[in-house]
Design a protein around this ligand. Sequence first.
Ligand SMILES: *Cc1c(COP(=O)(O)O)cnc(C)c1O
Length: 354
Amino acid sequence: MRPLLARISFAALAHNLAAARAAAGPARLWAVVKANAYGHGLTRAAHALADADGFAVLTLEEAAVLRELGVRQPVLLLEGYFDATEIPACYELGLTPVVHHAEQLGMLDRSARSGTLNLYLKFNSGMNRLGFALPEMERVIERAQALAQGGMLTLMTHFATADEAAGVAWQLAPFLERARRHRLPLSLANSAALLRHPDSRADWVRPGIMLYGASPFADTGAAALGLRPVMTLTSEIIAVQELAPGEGVGYGLAWRAAQVARVGIVACGYADGYPRHAPGGTPVLVAGRRSALVGRVSMDMLAVDLSGLPQAGVGSPVTLWGEGLPVEEVAAAAGTISYELLCALAPRVRVAEG
Ligand SMILES: *Cc1c(COP(=O)(O)O)cnc(C)c1O
């Protein structure tokens, strides 16, 4: 059997949920499980995070999966319904759609309303992606109140620079200035805001990445935040090549040995979700020791330098990221963020949970 395996730790998920709860204080917590729980498996994550106060997803399909699993907590649709045909299911499944655009209010107005609907009203406080303009708040709330028919309204915004030096204050102040007039519950904080800007916790927090044990910050690792990696991507060395000076490895012979070199071929490639653009030097653990990628990542394989690891050979265990090698470190070397690596884990990768 191909040795590539993604180990998903339920204990780490539970640990990180507890850490998020501790950071959230009295705020209630949406566990963000969009994108197949950031590549960890929606069903799996929903089981391990069963104590969350609610689950946040992107699509109706994901919400339906959660309801089929018997999830009774609120389920938040982070971008709401994309067209009017999705509205009946929001009632039937008891979902909480985000409403971020006047057109969505129009769809609701024109749809048959069966009972009450809790709504999240999203406002644009500076990220300029989704949300009503702040000066529209009064009008939007009035309109939504009529349409929700007694359902609960929550005011929401999203931070663009919670993980950076610019912080959240520049968005938080103008949002709160208006939102506080309405005495409605508020939901603002993603992982970065929750961890670094406790003043933004409000009533419902929305952590995602921290639940999976990765740091949202470029300058602080997950361990320093008290988080444990949930996904560990492991494989083995399936071949060893001895290279003479000047010989290269992989497509394009993009790396060449300056002196005699030993190179290990690892069963993991870009078709598994490992980033093809990861450059030589990207860290890889071989038998618990640090090594580095050499040459180009292929579809099913990649190569690592074994020159400093004479004990390593065929069958040596390899960690691509996770326990012992933070995913954010691999991501940074590859010019991306942990989110992208985790979400990109390919369906063909075997998963072991526990
Ligand atoms: C994905 C998402 C989150 C979670 O963000 P993290 O950085 O993973 O904590 C929170 N809120 C919204 C609106 C999102 O889309």
